[in-house]
Each structure stands twice: as structure tokens, then as C-alpha cells.
Design a protein around this ligand. Structure first.
Ligand SMILES: Nc1ncnc2c1ncn2[C@@H]1O[C@H](COP(=O)(O)OP(=O)(O)OP(=O)(O)O)[C@@H](O)[C@H]1O
Ligand SMILES: [Mg+2]
Length: 262
């Protein structure tokens, strides 16, 4: 569905943030990108969503293809219309607007009224709290609710591929578990997801495949369950020393976790 090939991205002509990354998101899959601070995760998502320019970044080489369309260097609006929608790092909701107005803003490019009504219904089903708080100022929501609103706003554009940049950031473990479950449900409804995370437990719990970025390069990739079992991922991202038994995180979706804790 999405193919990134030999991508190189720099900021201000100097900082090389992505140094030859190739990756793929198969149809209807959840793909996780793990990596520590500064690894290039957000840069990769910004490149795919066409928002790189807002950050003074530039694609130096490589391509981003979505199905049969070359998206490299296209503008963000065109990319959204193709069905690729990003939830940026730090949520970026409109705090002074109401919850409902935030959702409406996400559906602005969508002229089809029936599709819009369907999208609102989907968002309200996934996040009943957004229906209950429809008239409330978004800035008054809790961190977890704001993340749900950010995801809901992106769903208003009826994406076929949803790009999530660290949705777990700053949230309590219980809320992170809920976000993981929601991602799995969005995917079951037919939307592919590219999930950037530092929280490997949550990400590998919902993802089919995963890539590990290290200073702008892919250092590991493969089946999410297999990656979760590797010493490197255990040590670097799951906080285990190697011989300690894997702890079951009861906050993360059980469906997949149970398979790699055995
Ligand atoms: N707007 C920018 N201008 C200049 N350099 C930038 C800019 N944004 C990111 N960088 C640099 O590019 C590299 C990759 O940053 P990026 O934000 O993509 O990493 P990340 O993996 O998302 O990190 P984090 O987990 O902290 O969000 C870093 O060295 C960072 O300092
Ligand atoms: Mg980032």
C-alpha cells in the first residue's frame, strides 16, 4: 500500500535526519516504527504526509509511493485527499475550539455529506467521550481524551492509511492500553496504520510488522512478535535485561500480547 524507498531527508541543508530508509506498509496492516529520541521517526511521518516543508525539511533522495501514486514532495492537502492522514506529534488539537468544532475541522476537506456523517458516527462509536463532551472546549479534556480527539479528527478525513506519531506520549499506562485497543479496532474496520512509538510494548502489541530506526537508518525489521522476542528490542525498548521473564502488561491489548509472552 505504502512504499518508502531509499529515503534521505535533511533539515536546513545540514542535519541529515533520515539516511536511506526503505520500508513498506502492506494493505490493511499495522506497522510500527520504533526508535529513541532523534532517530528520525517524526521526520519519516512528516515526509509521508507532506508536512516536511513546514519544518524546513527537504527530501534529498528516494521516493514515497502510495498505491500507484508517487507522493514524494506533494503538498499535504493532496496527500490527505489520497487517503493518507497524519496525527502529529503532540496532538495539536485546537484547545479553544469545542470538541465538535475540532472534529468538524478534520472533516473540512471532505465534501461528501454522507461520508462525513458516517465518519462522525464512527468517531463517536470509537470514543463515546467525544460525543458526551461535544460542546466542551477541547483544551479542558484530559491528555488521553485529547489524544483520542486528535485521532478522531484525523478519522474525519476518512483515511485509508492513518499515520500516528507517538500517541502514547505523556499518558498513563492504563490510557496507553486504551489507545492500543483503539488502534487495533480502527485497523479491524479496514484502515491501515503506521504507528510511530517509543512505547514498544504497546506498539508491538498491536503491530503486524515493525521497524527499528537508529539515527536515521533501519537497524532491525520484521514480524512484530519476532522482533519483540529479540535481545536487542528486549534490552533497548522493553526494559528487560535478557534473562528476566517477560512481564505481562495487562494494560496492553491481550489479543496479541499473550502470543509473545509465553
Ligand atoms: N525542524 C527541524 N529542524 C532541524 N532539525 C530537526 C528538525 N526536526 C528534527 N530535526 C532533527 O532531525 C533528527 C530526527 O528528528 P525527529 O524529530 O525525526 O526524531 P524522532 O525519532 O521523531 O524523535 P522523538 O522521539 O524525540 O520525537 C534529530 O537530530 C532532530 O534534532
Ligand atoms: Mg518525534
Amino acid at each position: 500500500m505504502l512504499t518508502v524507498d531509499s529515503l534521505r531527508v535533511t533539515y536546513g541543508g545540514a542535519v541529515e535526519a533520515v539516511r536511506g530508509v526503505s520500508m513498506e506498509v502492506p494493505d490493511r496492516s499495522v506497522v510500527a516504527v520504533l526508535g529513541s529520541n532523534g532517530a528520525g521517526k517524526s521526520t519519516l511521518l512528516r515526509t509521508i504526509s507532506g508536512t516536511l516543508r513546514l519544518h524546513r525539511g527537504r527530501v534529498d533522495a528516494g521516493t514515497v509511493r502510495f498505491e500507484d501514486t508517487d507522493l514524494t514532495r506533494r503538498d499535504a492537502g493532496q496527500i490527505v485527499r489520497r487517503g493518507v492522514v497524519q496525527v502529529p506529534e503532540g496532538r495539536r488539537i485546537f484547545g479553544r475550539l469545542t470538541v465538535e468544532e475540532n472534529l468538524r475541522a478534520g472533516g473540512m476537506g471532505n465534501r461528501d455529506r454522507a461520508a462525513k456523517a458516517k465518519a462522525v458516527a464512527r468517531v463517536h462509536d470509537l470514543f463515546p467521550v467525544l460525543r458526551e463532551r461535544a460542546g466542551q472546549r477541547a483544551g479542558l479534556l484530559s491528555g488521553g481524551e485529547q489524544q483520542m480527539l486528535a485521532i478522531g479528527r484525523a478519522l474525519m478525513a476518512s483515511p485509508r492509511l492513518l499515520l500516528l506519531d507517538e500517541p502514547s506520549l505523556g499518558l498513563a499506562p492504563r490510557v496507553i492500553g486504551q489507545i492500543g485497543e483503539v488502534i487495533a479496532e480502527i485497523n479491524r474496520q479496514g484502515t491501515a496504520v503506521l504507528l510511530v512509538e517509543q512505547n514498544a510494548t504497546m506498539a508491538l502489541g498491536v503491530a503486524d510488522r515493525a521497524y527499528v530506526l537508529d539515527v536515521g537508518r533501519v537497524s532491525l525489521s520484521g514480524d512484530a512478535r519476532e522482533l519483540a522476542a529479540t535481545d536487542e528490542v528486549q534490552r533497548l525498548y522493553l526494559g528487560h535485561t535478557g534473562d528476566a521473564p517477560v512481564r505481562r502488561e495487562d494494560t496492553a491489548p491481550r489479543r496479541t500480547l499473550s502470543r509473545w509472552t509465553a
